[in-house]
Design a protein around this ligand. Structure first.
Ligand code: HEC
Ligand code: HEC
Length: 302
């Protein structure tokens, strides 16, 4: 009796410690390979690799499920706006969807509510999944913001381009201003580089769309650098809302996956000491629990 109790406590504990050790080693390994492989890859190769890894089948399935649960009520099951309540999203591109979700504008509570800046309802990887699923329905529109080379972007060019193209609405300090017809250009504080890029290319609501010919890709990098470095407060280093999943996010994923595996192992082992074996030990699944609410509050530190 006493022995069984002891075993019930000790076995899961040992499994936990072991799995934590394995997770730590695995994380360290991920980091060292990332660091080692980065300099040897060209930017194009890296972008291609990251694009390919951006759309896995599992990700599209996750995006479909999230959309069905949180968006289809208004936008229709195929995101085509056939409900008549909300616009057709097909062909707008992943970048447009990413912007509307990473700013917290969507989902709305009621169709007549006004989109407002909020803490996003989804984690960055869930947002990407929804965005990639919508983009998979029809090509075109605005892609996810690419990796931007802000180090070589020009702050002074960014300043003059901002003065010319953006300040009329957002004001020179980026504090935002009231526009005609009761519209309001929001302040540009606390937004990410990816959001600036996606806003300029997609032109949300009353903002004009600036295509490649109005603002070239390198000019846009200048503007993004100016907005994110001069107008904003220093903000979320965790990469929330950015196109790339940074090492911090990877670390967190590794940690949560590791802890999840620990718990699953502990429960399974604990269970087995009592009952005869019954279920498949691999059944702990990879639903979005571990990376859901835990990663989202990163932005709150901004
Ligand atoms: C309660 C209804 C409702 C829900 C739920 C909802 N939306 Fe919307 N959505 C709207 C309405 C209404 C608009 C138009 C808003 C406007 O232009 O002021 C809109 C606009 C958008 C736009 C911009 C479209 C454009 O033409 O630029 C995107 C992108 C979008 N929604 C994505 C989503 C996604 C993704 C979800 C689920 C996470 C979602 N929405 C959930 C009602 C909804
Ligand atoms: C004609 C007025 C107008 C001009 C010009 C304009 N914007 Fe905007 N911008 C808006 C409005 C209106 C919104 C709010 C859209 C919404 O709420 O859906 C907005 C939204 C944004 C956002 C999203 C802000 C947020 O709250 O997350 C960014 C970033 C942005 N603009 C950047 C720019 C940049 C950079 C330029 C210049 C290249 C620019 N805008 C030019 C009117 C303008």
């Amino acid at each position: 009796m006493g022995l069984r109790l002891l075993r019930k406590i000790l076995v899961p504990f040992a499994a936990l410690v072991l799995a934590a050790a394995i997770a730590t080693i695995a994380m360290g390994h991920t980091h060292s390979t990332t660091a080692a492989s980065t300099p040897s890859m060209s930017p194009e190769a890296m972008q291609l690799a990251s694009l390919a890894s951006q759309t896995t089948k599992g990700q599209l399935a996750e995006g479909y499920q999230l959309f069905a649960a949180h968006c289809s009520f208004c936008h229709g099951t195929r995101a085509d706006g056939t409900t008549g309540i909300a616009p057709n999203l097909q062909g707008l591109g992943a970048g447009t969807v990413d912007l509307w979700l990473s700013t917290g504008w969507m989902p709305l509570k009621t169709p007549s509510a006004q989109p407002e800046n909020k803490v996003p309802s989804f984690s960055p990887s869930q947002i990407r999944a929804i965005a990639m699923w919508v983009a998979s329905l029809r090509p075109g529109g605005v892609p996810l913001a690419p990796k931007l080379d802000l180090k070589s972007a020009s702050l002074s060019t960014g300043f003059s381009l901002f003065t010319l193209n953006c300040a009329p609405c957002h004001t020179i300090t980026g504090a935002g201003d009231a526009l005609a017809d009761g519209y309001h250009a929001p302040p540009l504080h606390g937004i990410s580089a990816a959001q600036v890029w996606e806003a300029v290319r997609s032109g949300p609501q009353n903002m004009p769309i600036f295509g490649d010919r109005n603002i070239t890709p390198s000019q846009l990098e200048d503007i993004v650098r100016y907005v994110t470095q001069k107008i904003e407060h220093p903000q979320n280093p965790g990469g929330l809302g950015l196109g790339g999943v940074g090492p911090v996010a990877e670390g967190f994923l590794g940690l949560f996956a590791g802890v999840g595996a620990c718990l699953a192992a502990a429960y399974w082992v604990g269970d087995r000491t009592e009952r005869e074996e019954e279920e498949d030990p691999h059944g702990h699944g990879t639903d979005h629990g571990p990376e859901g609410p835990e990663t989202a509050p990163e932005g709150a530190h901004a």
